[in-house]
Design a protein around this ligand. Structure first.
Ligand SMILES: NC(=O)c1ccc[n+]([C@@H]2O[C@H](COP(=O)([O-])OP(=O)(O)OC[C@H]3O[C@@H](n4cnc5c(N)ncnc54)[C@H](O)[C@@H]3O)[C@@H](O)[C@H]2O)c1
Length: 257
């Protein structure tokens, strides 16, 4: 029996079979969890439905986190068939392409706003809806990156949005803890996904992490998936407000040989 047996999990952020959210969904499925998915826009619907079917899920709903009514609608639809919810995986981020290159100081007000709205505020909005369904407590997991704490070339405004997201994890954990809802983040090493492809020179992120990390390799979506499944489960019942690094140890290195 898996350690997420009979737990109900909503996974937000699958765009392809390379998505970190897909690695997490597969790990939750392996551990016996029941899954629902959201997709951002219609062009992704069919692809996400096929992936969902592979992990025995027919619950696939649209959700654009830029719109309050879209978030409200997902949780209303979920509540119609699920009386409780145990897990939410938030694997969503976006910044306009032009804000992910060039001089950081030139970032526009609009790009700054969008990056924070989609990549950080959405966690707050989703968590407050999820909490109403988490009658028995629950676990919320989001995805962050080292660019929140250190300067990484081209990551620019997304670094600020991830810093906000990490603070969001701590404030939500404090707010929802009395309801036995835990909120944590995973800081993943670089992985080639659709979102990563939007960052110029992303290949050098992979190369640098591979050469410098203690494990001398990159991580993959399955390793992030397993760590997320752990955080979602009772095995992590004492952990909240934390950022867990799944980066082959890269973040621990000050200078490599
Ligand atoms: N790939 C990496 O190297 C890496 C490393 C650390 C953290 N992360 C984080 O992991 C998370 C998942 O990204 P990924 O790398 O798997 O890429 P991905 O492109 O597969 O996933 C990003 C998801 O965000 C969704 N999204 C964007 N705007 C949205 C909106 N308005 N409404 C709803 N959904 C929206 C996309 O549809 C997509 O499903 C992101 O938060 C990302 O910052 C990625």
């Amino acid at each position: 029996m898996g350690f997420l047996q009979s737990k109900r999990a909503l996974v937000m952020g699958v765009a392809s079979n390379r998505s970190i959210a897909w690695g997490i969904a597969q790990a939750i499925h392996r551990q016996g969890g029941e899954l629902a998915f959201t997709y951002q826009e219609e062009r992704l619907a069919e692809r996400v439905r096929k992936l969902a079917a592979a992990v025995d899920s027919q619950r696939v709903l649209p959700c654009n986190v830029a719109q309050d009514e879209s978030i409200t609608s997902v949780f209303e639809q979920l509540a119609a068939s699920w009386d409780t919810l145990d897990v939410v995986v938030h694997a969503i981020a976006y910044a306009p392409r032009e804000a992910l290159e060039g001089d950081f100081s030139q970032v526009s007000r609009e790009a700054f706003h969008i990056a924070h709205d989609i990549s950080s505020f959405s966690l707050t909005a989703v968590s407050r809806h999820a909490a109403t369904l988490m009658a028995n407590g629950g676990s919320i997991v989001t995805l962050t990156y080292l660019g929140a704490e250190r300067v990484v070339p081209n990551y620019n405004v997304m670094g600020l949005a991830k810093a906000s997201l990490e603070a969001n994890v701590r404030y939500l954990a404090a707010d929802l803890g009395a309801k036995n809802i835990r909120v944590n983040g995973i800081s993943a090493g670089p992985i080639k996904t659709l979102a990563a492809a939007g960052i110029p020179e992303f290949r050098s992120f992979l190369e640098h992490a591979r050469n410098t990390s203690p494990l001398k390799r990159n991580v993959d979506i399955h390793e992030v998936g397993n760590a997320a499944a752990f955080l979602c489960s009772e095995l992590a019942s004492g952990i909240t407000g934390e950022i867990l690094y799944v980066d082959a140890g890269y973040s621990t290195i000050g200078m490599s040989t």
